[in-house]
Each structure stands twice: as structure tokens, then as C-alpha cells.
Design a protein around this ligand. Sequence first.
Ligand code: LLP
Length: 427
Amino acid sequence: MSHFSYLDGALHVESLPLDALARQFGTPLYVYSQAALADNFSAYADACRLAGRGDDQALVCYSVKSNSNLAVLNLLGKLGSGFDIVSGGELLRVIAAGGDPRKVIFSGVGKGRDEMRLALTHDILCFNVESIPELHRLNEVAGELGRRARISLRVNPDVDANTHPYISTGLKDNKFGVAYDDALACYRTAATLPHIDVVGIDCHIGSQLLDDAPLLEALDKVIELIDRLADEGIVLRHLDIGGGIGITYNDEQPVAVGDYLARVFARVDAWRSQRHAGAPIKVMFEPGRSIVGNAGVLLTEVQYLKHGESKNFAIVDAAMNDLMRPAMYEAWHGVQAVQQRPGATAVYDVVGPVCESGDWLARGRALNLEPGDLLALMSAGAYGMTMASNYNTRGRAAEVMVDGDRVHLIRRREVPADLFALESLIA
Ligand code: LLP
């Protein structure tokens, strides 16, 4: 069920009309639905429960990079979520939001020494190690602190995720993870290091996957490795299958989260009962987009209409710096009029004020527009605000969270003075 819907021609988020939010907070404005967030997280949590898996046997680690607002992290933490982070900064956000560092897993190919120290000090659940040099560095840093680092190796299963090349991560020529054929040797090395505890295995093959077949193929390859490691006496306690289930932006029909998880658990259970006499293994997931993507929209106001010889442009007050996905991946986002108006439409490219031809948000959309109209760019909750920049000295948008008929400002709009506050003149 969508929490963004029309009531008497006016687009609402839960019980509130979006035009009232635009009046109160200005535009561009990111608007999130708390109920949508909770529902999307529940799809994962319920599937774990349905499979009879308690907290010790399944963990959903929300991928912070998709939307890292403190209020979002706080809500998900309260619902029991763990967190998948890729930087020390994201760990500090999780902690500031009241999240539990013991439920944090740290992914990423370039972890710095300071980031490792910070994560070890907070005793995070696991480092997802992506290379042998990283393993040695982590061993060293943990040794300096007199600690042991729990690790899993991110294995690159060489499975084609059939998604946009920029968000496909599980192929041989991607920078991520340890090559499948090298994984056994890496584990053997890890098992000899004095400040490393080998606890798990993980992979992540890509994002916005509509079909779970590649994910299940990756799971099978991971299972095969776990068995071979067990034969050598390296016994893993968890497997982490990454994030990646896609969402509907336009007419995509992604597999339902519950169905995907049920298939994962069925395979894992069948394998454990055959090979390991029912000994449990914890299964972890790192979803981002499928939790926040359709829980947020970007509200923008039409500034000017330009009717050109070959194209019409609707110039709006949001731009590529607010929502980078169209410019970067030619991503499609729905455009909905906040107030429906009957009558003839024209075909517009919806573009922003930034000085780049790549600054477009949507192309070739039939809309009936007048200057001053409000538009909602749909499905903008994931990789929207987190990828926003200050290009053209544009302050980043404000963010609000709606809960029923209440609205909370969860990030104030940046003002120009914020943007140069860290800069100084040469003395
Ligand atoms: N785990 C790891 C290790 C990841 O690299 C990612 C996303 C996730 C989990 C979460 O994946 P999700 O469930 O959101 O698909 N900026 C791009 C998406 C980049 C995804 C990067 N990795 C976009 O806007 O489409």
C-alpha cells in the first residue's frame, strides 16, 4: 500500500496534503512517510519471524548509505534494525541516532586506520573485509588496541546481477570483494592472524535487482564455500547475502521481499539439515533501497515554463544536486502534480537551475503545468538526500518526516552561510 495518494485531487502523504508541507517548509523538500518506512522494514522482520528465526538467527542491517538521516536511523533502530555502514562517519551517525553498535557491520573497500579504531572501540558486530591488505591492517590496528576484530570476508561470487553497470558489484571486474577462487586462501590466512576472529562470510552483487535468481545463485556459491571451510575446520557463524532487492520506480515488478527471504531461509534450512545436522547459522541482510526508496518524495516548485522549438522545459527549483540519480544513471523517477488539474497536457523535460545540460530530473513527461505548481518526484527516499551536493552553492534541501497527521522537521534547510562556514581567506 502506498502512503502517497490523492485525496480530492490533492496529493497526500499519510493524512497530510503535500502543498501544506511546501508552504510550511519551502521547496525543494524531502518528505518521508514514517508508516511506509515501518512497513518496509516489517516486510523483512516479519519474514524472519515467519521462518522461525529469532534475533540470534537473523539480522536485518539497514544500509545507512541509502538514507542516513538521524531520524530515519533512530526509527529503524527502535524497530530492531542493525546497520550496514561504509565509513566512520556513518558509524557516528548510527551512534548519534541511538543505534546499537553491536549490530553494526562495516563494509567498504577502503577502510582507514582511524575508522577501524573507531569501530573496534565501539565493538561493532563485524568487519566485512574486502582484501588481504585490509585484513592485515585490521589485524595490526586491533593488536594495537589489544582487541580482536570479528570479520567476514566479502566474496565476489562472479554472478551477473542484471542491473545498471554502475550499481552492479558482484562481477569479476568490479572492485569489490575477494575473488571467489581466492577466498579459501584468504580465509586460511585470516585464521592464522592473532587479532582476527573469523566469524562469517558475505557478498553483495548489486542494487535494484528485480529478480532474486542471481541472489540465490550467489547464496549457493557462498554455501559451497562455507562447507569447504568447515571441512578445513574453519566454522562460520553467519552468512550475509547483502542488500539489493529493487523497488518500483515506473513499471518494474520486483520480487516481494517476503518471498525472497522465504526462499533464502528454505535453502539455508535444507542445507543445514543435510550437511550440518541442523546446526543453525545466522543469516543477515543489508537492504537499503527497498526500505526507504518508496518512503520518500522530493517536492519541488515550478519556476518557469520554456516552450522551445523542439522541446518544452519545466524549470523547477530542485536540481541534480538535490537528486543526482537521473544525471548519474539516467534513472527514471515518477513526476506527480501535487494538485491535479484537468485539461490539456504538454510534454516537458523537468530540469533544474544548475548550469549543466545533465541537470535534468525527468524527461518527456506529459503534464499540465503553470508556474508556481508543485511537483513530487517520486521514489526519492533512497540515494536522494545522501547523494546530494552543494554544487552551484546550492544549500541542500530540508527533510521532514510525516507520521499520520503530524510532521517533524528532521533536517533544516541549509543556508548559504552554512556552505562557506568552513572556508577561510588567506591571512
Ligand atoms: N550492502 C552493500 C555492501 C552495498 O554496497 C549496498 C549498496 C547495499 C548493501 C544496499 O543495497 P540496496 O538494498 O540499497 O540495493 N546510488 C545508487 C545505488 C548504489 C548502491 C550501492 N551499494 C542508486 O542511486 O541507484
